[in-house]
Design a protein around this ligand. Structure first.
Ligand SMILES: Nc1ncnc2c1ncn2[C@@H]1O[C@H](COP(=O)(O)OP(=O)(O)O)[C@@H](O)[C@H]1O
Ligand SMILES: [Mg+2]
Length: 289
């Protein structure tokens, strides 16, 4: 199908990814940067252009209705393309007149995700929205679903950088498990926001440093308040050189008992913890709680 879409309807930061075909495509950064909106625009464009079937996944299936599904309806209608799509609100299904389909599911019902089939052709694309809500094991299952077959496959993930220790950073952004193409954006990249929208985000600077870092600047979140003045610590860290160790703490989490059962140090150049002076054996330390 031949369609013409004006470049102006997209935010510039995302344009290089419009025709991207890499297996893993990640959109992360601050809030209101237009990530979700662009991902939907891109899929609507692709649905018209090529043979494909898309599965849209969120942790909780029901939340699709007012987020991902609603966005598809919004984009299709704003592009005046309602006649090219058959939209079923009751089944959360969208069918393009060329046979391509979009299905929306939740990882809270893994069996339903597993049994999803399309009218014609195989599953070619998966979008995991708010992917930080999901377990790494579930995402691994979805990866398996994209293997094999004849056509080119792609998994798109979108999220805010809510926690620097989150598995998604290691897995997709640092690329320790999957080599992903990563697009970073903040509200500054979204030309469709109003002055009020921008001011509301900026206002968090004085209200909540964590929220400001994550949702305004798109920085990886560090939860909890430190004991030391973080500004002074950061200033000192800019001066010191040569960390003795770089790595992170890995831990086992017991889901049933909801507690950490074991943790250990892992040396890795990509770790977010730097130790400038290691603990010495037989030297007493005071731990303040
Ligand atoms: N290409 C666009 N055209 C029109 N409005 C847009 C566009 N991109 C983003 N917006 C507006 O900006 C808001 C924030 O975008 P959204 O995709 O929800 O951000 P994010 O997913 O990064 O938090 C949307 O609700 C929408 O009103
Ligand atoms: Mg979003």
């Amino acid at each position: 199908m031949n369609v013409n879409i004006d470049k102006k309807v997209f935010n510039d930061v995302y344009l290089p990814y419009l025709d991207n075909e890499d297996r893993y495509l990640v959109f992360y950064g601050g809030g209101s940067s237009g990530k979700s909106y662009f991902i939907v625009q891109r899929f609507v464009y692709m649905l018209l252009k090529r043979k494909m079937n898309l599965l849209v996944v969120r942790q909780t299936g029901d939340t699709n209705r007012n987020s991902t599904f609603a966005l598809f309806m919004q984009v299709i209608s704003s592009w005046g393309m309602n006649s090219l799509f058959d939209i079923s609100e009751s089944n959360l299904r969208i069918r393009c007149i060329n046979g391509n389909e979009v299905i929306f599911k939740g990882l809270d019902d893994v069996e339903k995700v597993k049994s999803t089939t399309f009218k014609s052709g195989e599953l070619t694309h998966i979008w995991v929205e708010e992917a930080t809500e999901c377990q790494e094991a579930d995402i691994n299952q979805l990866k398996v679903r994209l293997r094999g077959g004849k056509s080119k496959k792609q998994m798109v993930l979108s999220f805010n950088p809510i926690n620097i220790t989150h598995w998604i950073k290691r897995h997709f952004v640092d690329g320790e498990v999957a080599k992903a193409t990563v697009c970073f954006s903040t509200y500054k990249d979204n030309k469709f926001l109003t002055k009020e929208d921008r001011e509301a985000l900026e206002a968090f600077k004085d209200i909540d440093p964590y929220y400001y870092d994550v949702y305004c600047l798109g920085k990886w979140g560090v939860l909890g308040k430190g004991y030391f003045n973080s500004e002074k610590v950061n200033k000192r860290l800019e001066e010191v050189e040569g960390a003795e160790k770089t790595g992170y703490f890995d831990y086992d989490y017991d889901e049933m008992r909801q507690m950490i059962t074991d943790f250990r140090w892992v040396s890795s150049p990509k770790g977010f913890i730097r130790i400038y002076e290691d603990v010495k054996e037989r030297v007493p330390y005071v731990i303040r709680l």
